[in-house]
Design a protein around this ligand. Structure first.
Ligand code: BGC
Length: 721
């Protein structure tokens, strides 16, 4: 079907049919769904007619070839014009083979593996009938109280943009029309959902347009520049207007400035939420505002189907807006090849072969081991195969390691730490106790843990948050581990044995109570289906930790938001002329986070030498090469993430103390030296000025090369224009 066919199809549609294409409903509304008719809660009061369902355009949350084929078949037999449904689902970090949560994937600094994980997620989803995934989520995050930081790759606009591209490539491949192992991607949540005040989900976002453009927008743009098919709006306000009714964001920026011509979908219920936000009096006004501002598909509220017909008839909404939205939706259906084959990749037999296959699990295991970050190691890791291990803690024998947004993954398929240890060492060497529950504990549990650890050489503590303590609406004001777990650590410490903490959680934590009492800390995040196996690989040194933080770990929650690319202030604490008191500081805690962006240990050490610049000036069209020699000074092979930051010494507006401009993850053998070279261009020195122009300024710059955002060797250069 070509463009003319699509236009003539639209010509044949009634206004009601067109508007129904703009409605997205969940599976219970559809005949053939496994939960058909289970319309409860707010869904029950939506007042959706049979006619709307018959003509609707897309379905949310269906999964499995059988279900999707069933729904599509019935739909096609009832839809007057035979227009197939689009099936959209949240396939965030895996379909059934669950990869580490995106924040963990970010910490791998491994774009190729990230892309591979999205490719596998797409393959499993596509064979199960899904056409579109609501991913990648690329919201920049600085506040670990916000539960959704686990869905993002972190606090840096450059790194997030690189991952956004990798994920989109992985999901979509080169050609969706013929490659039915891929799905269309939907970048979200447009825009700035990652900056809710106080870290409380759905809360107000208010920032300058300069800040928005500089930090928050680049990753969405990067996803779109590599062809991401869809965009999802955000729940929050941006400069006083909810994103889902925000014309400036959607029409002016996304459509006109960025030329995005794909489908724009609201987040769940976000059109109707214009009412509680206080910018619409009723559902009619909400519908009018959302369609005018540019939302094509309304997810899970019925404002469009209830009111757009009247709004068009009354001349309040131009029918051309509706036609445009319908055309974009039909174009996506066409791009996915649905007019030729409405079932696309869905195939029950192949689904059984592909989903959760050994090779997918192996990739998940590799990525999980690259994503864990070793935060502390007082020579207790790697473990030695002869040691007797006491594995203690609420995550010792717990499959809740998949993290939020893994609704199709099963804990029963997950490799728990207890499983992986039992495979690695003899049963006589391993003793296991829970020690406490995640949020509560008892003296009996502690006594049992003490008895379990009595004869052990080393204690491995498996601690963390249960997976619904992060994710959507999973916000916390206190980001320490629950007290019961801290008490367990204190009790076991009395035994005087080496203790290693392995942490399962979806956000940077305040690690006081853990870090000072245990000899090693491995941040495992939610590592996914193969988590236990990957962690045991790391603990025994079969693989060497190579993850590096992409979100700062605060010293305490009082510092939040704390991030590496902050401004200097007029009274920086470390200035040579700083006064003792009147500087920018806390009186009770340091300014620095406990662990900075880019930080992570290895079982080997790396030294940096010969940092050289190809010139001491950079000019437009004349890039600067910055090279460094990295030597593995330890005894085992290891991967290092070599990081390049710059500082613009004096800008037209204040500039961050450091900005990541390049990174390379390299494997270095013991004793080996590798040279790494970065090319820095004048374009990379551009930034948004006070009038929002995007340009660079001549003058002094500093380049820092090192292993994290704090430690780096500085070299000066000058931009000449
Ligand atoms: C979330 C989105 C998600 C959507 C559909 C919303 O609550 O904010 O990220 O894609 O639900 O499940």
């Amino acid at each position: 079907m070509n463009e003319n066919h699509l236009t003539s199809l639209i010509d044949q549609m009634t206004l009601d049919e067109k508007i129904a294409q703009l409605m997205q409903l969940a599976t219970p509304f559809y005949k053939g769904a496994s939960n058909e008719g289970q319309i409860t809660g707010p869904m029950a009061s939506m007042g959706i007619s049979e006619e709307v369902i018959r003509s609707s355009g897309s379905v949310l949350g269906a999964s499995g070839a059988k279900e999707i084929i069933n729904i599509q078949k019935t739909h096609l037999s009832e839809n007057r014009l035979g227009i197939p449904l689009l099936f959209m689902s949240d396939i965030i970090h895996g379909y059934k083979t669950i990869f580490p949560v995106p924040l963990a994937i970010g910490c791998s600094w491994d774009l190729e593996s990230a892309e591979k994980s999205a490719e596998i997620a797409a393959k499993e989803a596509a064979v199960s009938g899904v056409h579109v995934t609501f991913a990648p989520m690329v919201d920049l995050v600085r506040d670990p109280r916000w539960g959704r930081v686990m869905e993002s790759t972190g606090e840096d606009p450059f790194l997030n943009s690189q991952f956004a591209e990798a994920f989109v490539h992985g999901f979509q491949g080169e050609k969706l029309e013929t490659d039915h192992d891929r799905v269309a991607a939907c970048v979200k949540h447009f825009a700035a959902y990652g900056a809710p005040e106080g870290g409380r989900d759905y809360n107000t976002v208010d920032m300058s347009e300069r800040q928005l453009r500089e930090y928050y927008l680049p990753a969405y743009k990067a996803a779109l520049d590599v062809g991401c098919e869809m965009v999802m709006t955000a729940f929050n306000t941006v400069d006083g207007i909810p994103a889902s009714g925000n014309k400036k964001l959607m029409r002016d920026l996304l459509r006109d400035e960025w030329n995005f011509d794909g489908v724009l979908i609201s987040d769940w219920g976000a059109v109707k939420e214009l009412i509680p936000h206080g910018v619409a009096e009723d559902t009619q006004e909400a519908a009018k505002k959302a369609i005018t501002a540019g939302v094509d598909i309304e997810m899970m509220t019925p404002c469009y189907v209830h009111h757009l017909v009247d709004l068009v008839k009354e001349g309040q909404v131009n029918e051309a807006l509706i036609d445009e939205a319908v055309l974009r939706i039909l174009q996506l259906k066409q791009k996915l090849g649905l007019f030729e084959n409405p079932y696309r990749g869905a195939n029950e037999e192949r689904e059984r072969e592909i989903v959760l296959s050994d090779s997918h699990r192996q990739t998940a295991r590799d990525l999980a081991s690259k994503s864990c970050v070793l935060l502390r190691n007082e020579s207790v890791l790697p473990l030695n195969a002869d040691q007797k291990v006491a594995l203690i803690g609420p995550f010792a024998d717990n499959g809740d390691i998949l993290g939020a947004w893994s609704w199709l993954g099963s804990k029963d398929d997950a490799i728990k730490l207890s499983d992986a240890f039992s495979t690695r060492i003899d049963s006589g060497q391993l003793s296991i106790a829970k020690g406490c529950d995640i949020e509560t504990g008892s003296n009996e549990q502690i006594d049992e843990a003490l008895r379990t650890a009595e004869n052990a050489d080393v204690i491995v503590l498996a601690l963390g948050e249960h997976s619904d303590m992060s994710g959507e609406a999973g916000c916390l004001a206190d980001i320490r581990l629950p007290e019961a777990q801290l008490n367990l650590i204190t009790a076991l410490k009395k035994l005087g044995k080496p203790m290693i903490s392995v942490l399962f959680n979806g956000r940077p934590l305040d690690l006081h109570g853990v870090i000072e009492h245990t000899d090693a800390v491995l941040e495992a995040w939610y590592p996914g289906t193969e988590g236990g196996a990957a962690i045991v690989d790391l603990l025994y040194g079969d693989t060497n930790p190579s993850g590096r933080l992409t979100m700062s770990f605060p010293y305490s929650v009082g510092q939040v938001p704390v991030y590496y690319n902050n401004y200097n202030t007029g009274r920086p604490k470390d200035a040579p002329d700083a006064q003792e008191r009147y500087v920018s500081q806390y009186l009770d805690i340091p300014n620095e986070p406990l662990f900075p962006f880019g930080f992570g240990l290895s079982y080997t050490t790396f030294s940096y030498s010969d940092i050289t610049l190809s010139a001491d000036t950079i000019k437009p069209g004349q890039p600067l090469s910055i090279s460094v020699s990295v030597t593995n000074t330890g005894n085992v092979a290891g991967e290092e993430v070599v990081q390049l930051y710059i500082r613009d010494v004096a800008g037209e507006v204040v500039r961050p103390l450091k900005e990541l401009k390049g990174f390379k993850k390299i494997m270095v053998a013991p004793g080996e030296t590798k040279q790494v070279t970065f090319e820095l261009t004048e374009e990379q020195l551009r930034y948004h000025h006070s009038d929002l122009s995007f340009e660079s300024d001549p003058g002094a710059f500093v380049a820092y090369v090192g292993s994290n955002s704090k430690d780096g060797t500085a070299r000066q250069f000058e931009l000449i224009k």
